[in-house]
Design a binder for this molecule. Structure first.
Ligand SMILES: NC(=O)c1ccc[n+]([C@@H]2O[C@H](COP(=O)([O-])OP(=O)(O)OC[C@H]3O[C@@H](n4cnc5c(N)ncnc54)[C@H](O)[C@@H]3O)[C@@H](O)[C@H]2O)c1
Length: 320
């Protein structure tokens, strides 16, 4: 099969490309390298089955052109994985145009270009952020969905566009609500931030918020396994899945203490006083991955174990 991945040079996109290529698929992708890194594509390039288009996919013309180039190379893609988006929630809360352009417009352009090219399958990287701030267990049926960040709002709007596309031309649409994903090749995220700051100043770690924020973390290797599993088993017109670890989440204080232990054991951890890190941050959520478990997939790592593994991996890459 031919898979086209937007945001292919990013954290999750590059791991997905490697996984698909390892199974013998043709993979093409598009990235504007705003956060993606050429070095993340080393394995993909070496495969001989990979084609990259460098470009901004918030422009419909650009995505149309990219799809025509990659279709000439490997046939019309059987499936598009739309991963390109703004991944900085805090930045998007200060400037709404970031999520409008990078998250919503890219989704619009990718869907319309897919329609013109005759693509039949689309997987959309959505997020737990669509749920907003709620105390109840978050299942795929939870509603109303009232996000508290522009990031979450743009993802929710994107879900709507993908759902409508499923009515008009897609054979299958998969909407994946990711938790916090961690692992090698990070471009952002709490562990990467802590490691970089400790590499610069091994004496102190300032933490945004009081450290009591608690979220679900999943290792990127398990995320990719779940994505592939769901696409092979769930074949409805619209397939909506939370993807997350079993059991509870992980506190920011746990991440701070273990990152300090790995990077700079003498560092003083200075917590803030707010209950959240930034405007739009959801400090605590209880994520249900039961629908996915019923389908037959469970992660092997708890949220804490995924975090510990990622700290080891990221600290090794960042350590001076
Ligand atoms: N990492 C997480 O914890 C997490 C959680 C929930 C959802 N997601 C979603 O998963 C997807 C992948 O996230 P990630 O962590 O790999 O982020 P990332 O920032 O590493 O990857 C996104 C990629 O998209 C590219 N990109 C951004 N805007 C673009 C544009 N206009 N045109 C072309 N390329 C563009 C970036 O350069 C980057 O390579 C995103 O849609 C993100 O919102 C991630």
């Amino acid at each position: 099969m031919h898979h086209f991945i937007t945001g292919v040079a990013g954290f999750i996109g590059s791991h997905l490309a490697d996984n698909l290529l390892a199974e013998g698929h043709h993979v093409s992708g598009m990235d504007d390298f705003s956060l993606g890194q050429h070095e993340f594509l080393g394995v993909a390039r070496a495969s001989g089955n990979f084609h990259l288009v460098d470009g901004d996919c918030s422009s419909l013309d650009n995505v149309r052109d990219a799809l025509s180039v990659v279709s000439a190379w490997g046939g019309v893609p059987d499936m598009i994985w739309h991963m390109a988006a703004n991944s900085d929630i805090a930045a998007g809360s200060m400037d709404a145009s970031i999520d409008f352009n990078r998250t919503l417009l890219t989704t619009f352009a990718v869907i319309e270009a897919a329609r013109a090219a005759g693509v039949q399958g689309m997987a959309f990287a959505s997020s737990s952020a669509v749920y907003g701030e709620r105390d109840d267990l978050l299942t795929e049926d939870t509603g109303p969905l009232l996000p508290i960040s522009n990031y979450g709002a743009a993802k929710l709007a994107g879900e709507g566009l993908v759902s409508a596309a499923a009515e008009s031309f897609l054979k299958n649409a998969w909407i994946f609500r990711f938790p916090n994903v961690v692992g090698p090749r990070p471009t952002h995220g709490v562990i990467f931030n802590f490691c970089r700051r400790l590499a610069q100043d091994p004496s102190r770690l300032d933490v945004l918020g009081d450290g009591k924020q608690e979220k679900a973390y999943l290792h990127v290797s398990e995320l990719i396994s779940a994505l592939r599993f769901i696409c092979s088993r769930a074949n409805a017109k619209r397939n909506v899945f939370n993807i997350g670890p079993q059991g509870g989440g992980t506190r920011v204080s746990f991440i701070a203490e273990n990152t300090v232990a790995a990077m700079a054991p003498k560092a003083h951890i200075a917590y803030g006083s707010a209950d959240r890190g930034w405007i739009g941050d959801v400090p605590r959520f209880h994520y249900s991955a039961e629908k996915l478990a019923q389908l037959g997939w469970r992660p092997t790592l708890s949220s804490d174990a995924a975090v510990l593994r990622a700290i080891t991996e990221i600290a090794a890459a960042v350590r001076p």
